[in-house]
Design a protein around this ligand. Sequence first.
Ligand code: MG
Length: 396
Amino acid sequence: MASALRTTALIVAAGRGLRAGQDGLAKQYRPFAGKPVLAWSLDVFLCHPRITDVLVVIHPDDTDLYSEVVADFPPLPGPAIGGQTRQESVLNGLQHLSDMPPDQVLIHDAARPFVTDQLITHVCECIDEATGAVPARAVVETLKRSVSGVITDTVDRTDLFAVQTPQGFPFQRLLAAHRLAAKSVKTFTDDASVFEHAEGKVILVDGDRQNIKLTTQDDFTYAEAQLLTTANKARTEFRTGQGFDVHRFEAGDHVTLCGVEIPHSQTLAGHSDADVALHALTDAILGALGDGDIGTHYPPSDLTWKGADSRIFLQGAAEKVRDSNARLTHLDLIIICEAPKIGPHRDAMIASIADMIDLDPGRISVKATTSERLGFTGREEGIAAMAIATIERDMS
Ligand code: MG
């Protein structure tokens, strides 16, 4: 369906919902992780590009509470005033919209603050002129029927689904279905059942595990803890650092690159073992940490490092990463030389780095290039190496 369709989100917030037990305050107005429960859904629907407008259905006693919540939002239509049951409240909301009817309507329970953009999009995409769409998850638990705490029956869960909101429908058909249902003696607990009662077709779309309904105090406690975990994850940041190093050739018979000895007609000159690749990697990691460079920590003037195995530099930098509550997520190295050929040793180099700093080889990239015989590397006067390190740092 084209996005030019007008889609209204009708948020049902008219219930008393006192089971979550906070001295008479209905759960949709209870503070939850920093703002009222209702504000969470409002935020998501108001920012969604497919949603044209949002109407909230409230309890007649809650006008002040409602005004407080929406004071922080752009002006909203309504609110509509709810009835005795959820079914009546939705009908009131739909009737409120009938003067300027939208094409589609999504009915959402205010007590589901975790509704996501993706779920809204998914539901909208599945509605057509005759079809409603409802998010649902297959029931995985074994279901029992019991009388006074004693099991009387095990219910076959094949084909059973637990439905969520938002439930989406073509507006006029849902309004007609609700008007019909109002004449029935049956009570309907969701809009899909109202639509089904009017012989409308409703399809199931994949629900979202996180999209729970806050009902009991337990739900509030659990969901708040979940949110905090997510917020903490959001407080990790990624940083990158770059490193560059050059060592010149001198007379010798091998070079050491990433700790791997490679036979060659010359060797690399340097204060340590001249492992140009490990030096570039070390500087990249120190760069990501914003903690100086290899020369600051291992000054060439200090004889301790003379002829040193360069793995201690890389290991030292990796240690600093751990000490700053961070993780190395990726290393990307490029070695620039005409000779020796790097390709045949690439896997050994990756394994060597992985082993040195206990990093998954899948997080290490070793590449090589020549400089087309140009410049000092082209003239085989030395080897250059460049590296980028990425770290993930926990900011909480
Ligand atoms: Mg160096």
